[in-house]
Write a new protein. Structure first.
Length: 105
């Protein structure tokens, strides 16, 4: 992580190229007091956010399902929206005041 300031770790089934999936993992699996870590390390000399002559700050986020002992009780299965409900929402997308395709504003 010499040149990285932020690292987010997600489960294998999360497509790291899909921003929505990564944000969903962060918002549903992260407890900031337990899953966010800070560490000092060598700064990237090209990083204008780090003051010169000081150690850089690094941040790690554990956005994975928790193992036994990391969470009180068993980790719940993810909630999955049924196909009928997905279709209903898609069919009424414009009625909700949203663009026809999510992200196509």
């Amino acid at each position: 992580m010499t040149f990285a300031k932020l690292l987010v770790v997600v489960d294998e089934e999360v497509d790291v190229h899909d921003q929505q999936q990564v944000l969903s993992a962060i918002s549903t699996k992260v407890n900031p007091g337990r899953d966010v870590f800070f560490q000092q390390g060598p700064p990237d000399l090209l990083d204008i956010a780090t003051p010169p002559g000081v150690l850089g700050q690094k941040m790690g986020i554990d956005a994975t399902a928790k193992l036994p002992g990391e969470h009180a009780g068993p980790w719940p299965e993810p909630a999955v929206m049924g196909k009928q409900f997905q279709q209903l929402v898609s069919d009424r997308w414009v009625e909700y005041g949203l663009s026809p395709e999510p992200g196509s504003d």
